[in-house]
Design a protein around this ligand. Structure first.
Ligand code: 2PG
Length: 326
């Protein structure tokens, strides 16, 4: 039966099936997008009222979790977004959705070059455009040329209308999952204020405490501790299971959500994390193996041989890319 006729006949049941995260058929093939391990769940966003969706990776948690923990290894890339227009103007940005500058776009492209031989199976970004631009610009440099595709599961129609009906196209794509929990810390009443002027107005020390203490929030905003609570919870619930199942992950996020995640990965104390500064647009590589994270620093260039010696899977991937492209 022709695929389109079959799909028309199936239209009545399609909505129900896809809402349950159940696959449907194209020709003789069974197709699902988002993939099984990336099903949606709902909640409320950081602004309180609007509904949002995050991806329930924990549905994937296999029963033989312990053995997977031992056998699987995966790469984890963290990238703070490139310079934004408000970084350039030295304004507190927080959850204000500001795009990259020309320089920031260049930083993202450079970051992409540095990781262009490292496998990426799933991308997580915040809901803010500067992180999303960074991830997408970086991926333009990836040698595999898979297509990053944003998952839209904010409602049933979005889910249905963004279905992909080709197994091949799905195979050649990388799901991009957006989550407000990866957003920059919410800077409250400082958002939009100039950092220098704020220091003059309220005193250098107070502003330093707002910016770099662990548990002192800026007026009506989030402390690093509050930001860490939601960012690390998201990492543990949604990202770690992906790594555990052997998926290579890229996270494009923000100074403070990434400092929070690094605090968790590197087991930093609250004292250590407050002095951690992340540059814009620099990719950082971790290897997840036997349930542990090992920081491998920032690859300097795609040709840096040492990077591919970290795990056999990385070396094999690199070799496969070379064979494929030569
Ligand atoms: O303004 C912000 O949102 C952040 C990051 O740019 O500033 P800070 O350096 O104080 O963490």
């Amino acid at each position: 039966m022709a695929t389109n006729v079959m799909l028309q006949q199936a239209a009545g049941t399609l909505q129900l099936l896809s809402s349950c995260g159940i696959h449907f058929r194209v020709g003789n093939n069974s197709v699902r997008f988002p993939p099984k391990d990336l099903r949606a769940k709902r909640g409320s966003n950081c602004f309180g009222e609007k509904e949002f969706s995050v991806i329930q990776a924990s549905a994937l948690f296999p029963s033989n979790e312990e053995s997977l923990k031992k056998s699987n290894e995966a790469a984890l890339i963290l990238i703070r977004h490139g310079e934004s227009l408000w970084n350039e103007k030295n304004l507190f940005t927080g959850c204000v959705d500001v795009p990259l500058t020309h320089k920031g776009a260049g930083e993202a492209i450079e970051a992409g070059k540095r990781i262009s031989n490292i496998p990426v199976d799933v991308i997580f970004t915040s809901v803010l455009i500067r992180a999303q631009m960074t991830a997408m610009l970086a991926m333009t440099q990836h040698r595999h040329k898979k297509v990053p595709i944003f998952i839209h599961d904010e409602n049933e129609q979005a889910r249905l209308w963004s279905q992909i009906h080709s197994e091949d196209a799905i195979k050649q794509s990388i799901p991009v999952i957006t989550a407000w929990k990866l957003n920059e810390r919410m800077y409250g009443e400082l958002q939009g204020l100039n950092k220098q002027e704020t220091a003059y107005r309220f005193g250098k020390e107070k502003v330093h405490d707002w910016r770099r203490s662990y548990d002192i929030p800026p007026p009506n905003g989030e402390s690093l501790e509050m930001c860490a609570r939601r960012a690390v919870a998201y990492f543990k619930d949604e990202i770690e299971p992906q790594l555990l199942s052997g998926k290579n992950v890229m996270i494009a996020a923000h100074g403070n959500s990434l400092r929070s995640i690094i605090m968790y990965l590197d087991k930093l104390t609250t004292q250590e994390v407050i002095s951690l500064e992340l540059s814009t647009g620099i990719p950082m590589l971790y290897i997840f193996k036997e349930g542990k994270f090992t920081r491998r620093g920032s690859p300097i260039a795609p040709t840096e041989a040492g990077v591919y010696a970290y795990t056999t899977r990385l070396a094999q991937y690199r070799q496969k890319l070379d064979e494929m492209l030569h």
